[in-house]
Unconditional design. Structure first.
Length: 181
């Protein structure tokens, strides 16, 4: 799907995987199930793996920086993000994709909101707005800058995009947030 788009055919998937069409059909009688499973890895990366990266990190500012930096494509050749972008492009026409992407968005918002509330409770953050609004904006910025990275924008790489999102987070939390790890 990342290379051929939503109109990907079984023989194209088989060729990319180095398998026969029959082998693909044996495990996935419905091609849509395969595409959903392929996208699941990207979805796990942007929630489950980020949550694991926060284990043992108690400082809310550090948690926020780690979460922001791990929410962007590594570069414009990031296959998992390419798949998510393709999924996003089809969400308006495919209810399953729309539900999956909405669930991912909501989980990411909840992740950020928990960090923001933790920071407020510990006195580390003075939030400029409601934590839900800030969290939604953080995820939206990740998505927007992620698309620009994937499109090969000449001045927006991972580091530049992360710093732009951190700038917003600094304003939203009244915290200087580390510029480098």
């Amino acid at each position: 799907m990342a290379e051929y788009g939503a109109g990907v055919r079984l023989n194209q998937v088989a060729e990319e995987a180095g398998l026969t069409s029959g082998a693909i059909l044996y495990h996935y009688p419905d091609l849509q199930d395969l595409l959903i499973d392929a996208n699941r890895a990207g979805m796990e990366r942007f929630y489950d793996e980020r949550m694991k990266a926060l284990e043992g990190v108690d400082d809310p500012a550090s948690r926020l920086v780690i979460t922001i930096r791990s929410g962007l494509p590594a570069d414009d050749d990031d296959e998992e993000v390419r798949l998510l972008c393709a999924l996003g492009g089809e969400a308006a026409r495919n209810t399953v994709y729309a539900v999956l992407l909405t669930a991912l968005f909501d989980r990411q918002v909840a992740m950020y909101q928990a960090i923001l509330e933790m920071g407020r409770a510990q006195g580390a953050f003075v939030l400029a707005s409601d934590s839900l609004k800030i969290a939604r904006n953080l995820v939206a910025l990740e998505d927007a800058y992620g698309y620009r990275i994937m499109a090969g924008h000449p001045t927006l790489d991972h580091a530049a995009a992360a710093e732009l999102i951190l700038d917003y987070a600094r304003l939203a939390t009244a915290h200087p947030l580390a510029k480098e790890t």
